[in-house]
Design a protein around this ligand. Structure first.
Ligand SMILES: Nc1ncnc2c1ncn2[C@@H]1O[C@H](COP(=O)(O)OP(=O)(O)OP(=O)(O)O)[C@@H](O)[C@H]1O
Ligand SMILES: [Mg+2]
Length: 310
């Protein structure tokens, strides 16, 4: 099946003379799965989503959503998508139940189906107890959940969720994860942005890492480890001189010990050495957060002006 979203050389500049918010991004988002978009503040994630959702026009390049062009076929796209924007304020004069129900009715679902879906989603996202509460009397996290509920209960083929779990408590986050997984089991496409890298890894079939509008990494989370220079992390506790550790890889100090990023052979060697000295050691593949720090860190270094000659 062809891609749900296909970007080719997509660029966006908000104003002449300003740095590009997106710079020649090419990626293909497969249908029926969760796709995670990660990157620092200002990396371009929301800009990408807003172009996909036909709220913004690209400056250059092509973008097709479900095969339709964002330039000229906006209506066809809008019928098939639903979006939780990063900054959203639901209609304050409705209660939670009305908010979700009326949204579904406006999207064209009949009353019986809208009622069924509303009840189910409020239950799934832990909102049944506040279903009669006016939206503007809800706490910030609950209001966010109500917005997510509207979109997840819809019949849209593509769901855009821009930081759906920001500000949510740990239990509510897990409830949203469950609902996102359900949407993907129903073969809907979910484009998700998040700063929680555990969340990105747990939910996404594929991930894209943006930095300053450029795509730095793309692929399934399990494959991204293969793209970093030092794919293993070893933590040793005990007395080691930094000079002893440096030959194994890149060393940093952590609470009560040292963290070394290394290649597989060096990581094993270091673990054996530490064990032979009776030191506590733990070893494993790098986390998504480690990959993020390495790849983004390298990109920032590459962008830094060269040190002045002395
Ligand atoms: N409406 C706008 N007008 C002008 N510049 C904008 C506008 N929206 C975003 N930008 C700029 O575009 C760049 C990308 O912003 P964007 O909101 O897409 O980042 P983001 O990755 O979503 O960041 P965050 O993690 O903080 O939400 C930033 O430099 C930002 O200042
Ligand atoms: Mg954003």
């Amino acid at each position: 099946m062809s891609a749900a979203i296909e970007a080719r050389g997509l660029s966006k500049r908000y104003a002449k003379g300003r740095e590009a918010a997106l710079s020649e991004v090419s990626l293909s988002i497969p249908p029926g799965a969760v796709y995670g978009l990660i990157g620092r503040n200002g990396a371009g994630k929301t800009t990408f989503i807003r172009i996909c959702a036909t709220q913004l026009l690209p400056s250059a390049g092509d973008l097709r959503v479900l095969g339709f062009d964002v330039r000229g076929e906006e209506r066809k796209i809008r019928e098939r998508i639903a979006c939780v924007p990063q900054e959203s304020r639901p209609l304050y004069f409705l209660n939670v139940w009305e908010l979700v129900y009326l949204y579904l009715k406006m999207r064209g679902l009949d009353a019986v189906e809208s009622r069924r879906r509303t009840t189910n989603v409020l239950d799934e996202l832990g909102l049944s107890e506040v279903k009669g509460t006016l939206v503007n009397r809800l706490s910030g996290g609950m209001r966010r959940r109500a917005m997510v509920a509207m979109v997840l209960a819809s019949d849209a083929e593509i769901l855009f969720l821009d930081e759906p779990t920001t500000g949510l408590d740990p239990i509510a986050r897990r409830e949203v994860w469950g609902a996102i997984r359900r949407a993907s089991r129903e073969k809907r496409t979910v484009l998700l942005t998040t700063h929680y890298l555990d969340e990105a890894e747990a939910l996404s079939a594929r991930l894209a890492l943006l930095e300053k509008g450029r795509l730095l990494l793309e692929g399934p989370p399990s494959e991204l480890r293969g793209r970093v220079r030092l794919p293993y992390r070893v933590t040793v506790q005990g007395s080691f001189l930094p000079s002893e550790l440096e030959r194994f890889g890149q060393v940093s100090d952590v609470e009560g010990g040292h963290l070394v990023f290394a290649q597989e052979g060096a990581a094993r060697e270091l673990a054996m050495l530490a064990l032979s000295r009776g030191a506590k050691v733990s070893m494993g593949p790098v986390s998504l957060e480690d990959i993020f720090m390495e790849v983004v860190g390298r990109s920032i270094e590459d962008d830094a002006p060269a040190a002045e000659a002395t």
